[in-house]
Design a protein around this ligand. Structure first.
Ligand SMILES: [Zn+2]
Length: 487
């Protein structure tokens, strides 16, 4: 990418950073849960409008989903933003100890306050650059609600909102800087709800039919099934209703939630059928009934090395994030709350082997990632799941990570919330915006590059059409409470 264009985008984002950091802090304060992000999506949409974007609210049947568009013609670059918080994650900002603001309250435990705003900055800066330089192309910000267990993007894909998109870009807050190519797993989530007959557990036990027995037998059955699952599949569960605390009552109802993951969605769907059989077997053994209730689903990611390489090259040109002594001191105090093993395991998880700028090994000796992860040019297995996967099946998609958190920080922890308003997090958020905006520009100004990304995408999809994993009759509003799809 041309150096002048890169520095002009970087300068524009630097200028925007103070105001947009406040926007991110407001979303951190709101800490709204999936599909309830009214104020968060509201201020993001208003900011887009104030910057000349035409905004459509309430898309794909979700009140808090929106799309903002600026520019003209093709290509169409989609930039994805999230803004939902997590339950039970309330935590004070700027302190290195566990201190909930509201006991049991919500909090931004995955950094989506930064994610939503960083992507917004990228969209605004890129659109402005196109306009100022008379370059054709459309920039679209996708305000994606309910990433945490709501599959907001999956609904947006199902509604056809990406049908004319040429490529999608996004990022995620992290304890490292760089691009990492992963094949995430497809995931299906179901509740298995058993109904039996209550009875006195001693003097009328023969009249009772225990739903809790059914849950236990189902779990035993699934644990035996494990040996016969394809490699790289994952099945895990939590008992969400034991039926009560009284041991002298036969439990008439009980419920267990299962997450069924596989490298590709058709395998996950096949495995879910086998788990269903185990559940029905458990119901038969205990003479109870089982109801299988769909919760959520997202598809595995199709990585795109062409896009990822471009993003990495732009991140090389941008240089490291300019952290200062105060950033390092706060990150150090957060890092002091982790064990050495946790720090090492985080470095291993993100496979931060070498550093592009210094060639030094990342070993946790510095509390923040001061360099840029080497990009190895091929994909790794990763056992997590994300609804970015669904987008990647309908358009070439890439993402990067920037070091908003101390090395060793894991998502969904109080430490993430504590670092969510820090000056270091704001700097890393702006850095992600630069990486996305410059990559968008690289694609808009190089039809050859875009064609190569599309060719790679077609090759990876290998003729397989995207099939939405959410049953057709399920709407987003049903997911607030879950919905029965089969018996
Ligand atoms: Zn997240």
């Amino acid at each position: 990418m041309n150096r002048d264009a890169l520095s002009s985008i970087a300068d524009a984002i630097n200028e925007m950073t103070p105001d947009f950091s406040k926007l991110s802090d407001s979303i951190w304060d709101f800490a709204e849960l999936k599909f309830d992000e009214k104020r968060s999506s509201g201020i993001l949409a208003e900011t887009l409008e104030a910057n000349g974007f035409a905004v459509k609210r309430g898309v794909a049947g979700m009140d808090t989903a929106f799309i903002g568009e600026s520019g003209t013609g093709t290509p169409v670059i989609a930039i994805l933003g999230e803004f939902d918080a997590l339950a039970g994650m309330s935590q004070a900002a700027g302190v290195a100890e566990h201190r909930p603001l509201v006991p049991g309250g919500t909090g931004h435990g995955c950094g989506h306050n930064l994610l939503g705003v960083g992507s917004l900055m990228a969209a605004i800066a890129l659109a402005r650059h196109l306009k100022e330089n008379g370059i054709a192309g459309t920039v679209r910000y996708y305000g994606c609600p309910g990433e945490e267990g709501g599959s907001g993007k999956t609904f947006m894909v199902r509604a056809g909102l990406f049908h004319d998109v040429d490529t999608a870009l996004t990022w995620h807050p992290a304890p490292f800087n760089g691009v990492r190519s992963t094949n995430n797993l497809a995931v299906l989530e179901f509740y298995y709800r058993f109904k039996g007959v209550a009875a006195h557990a001693s003097n009328a036990a023969h009249l009772g039919r225990s739903a809790l027995d059914a849950v236990e037998l189902m779990n035993v059955g699934v644990n035996f099934l494990r040996e016969h699952m394809p490699q790289d599949c994952r099945v895990h569960y939590a008992i969400t209703d034991t039926g009560g605390r009284a041991a002298n009552v036969v439990q008439a109802q009980a419920e267990v939630i299962y997450l069924i993951r596989a490298p590709e969605m058709p395998q996950a769907l096949e495995l879910a059928k086998r788990v269903d059989k185990v559940a029905r077997g458990a119901a038969m053994m205990t003479e109870t009934e089982v109801e299988i209730v769909f919760d959520t689903a997202s598809t595995n990611l199709l990585p795109n090395i062409t896009l990822e390489t471009t993003m990495h090259e732009n991140m090389m040109a941008l240089g490291p994030v300019a952290f200062d002594e105060a950033d390092l001191a706060f990150a150090q105090s957060v890092q002091d709350t982790f064990t050495d093993e946790a720090i090492k395991s985080s470095i291993r998880l993100y496979q931060i082997k070498g550093d592009v700028f210094s060639n030094a090994k990342v070993d946790g000796a510095t509390p923040l990632h001061l360099g840029l992860r080497e990009f190895e040019g091929h994909s790794h297995f990763r056992a997590g799941s994300t609804d970015v996967g669904d987008v990647s099946w309908v358009t070439p998609t890439a993402q990067c990570w920037t070091p908003t958190w101390a090395i060793g920080t894991n998502p969904h922890t109080w430490q993430v919330v504590a670092q969510g308003k820090s000056p270091a997090a704001h700097k890393a958020m702006a850095h992600a915006a630069k990486a996305i905006a410059t990559t968008g520009l690289s694609l808009i100004t190089s039809p050859k590059l875009l064609a190569a990304a599309k060719a790679e995408w077609a090759e990876k999809a290998d003729g397989k059409a995207y099939v939405c994993p959410i049953p057709a009759e399920i709407t987003p509003s049903m997911l607030a409470g879950s919905h029965v799809v089969s018996k």
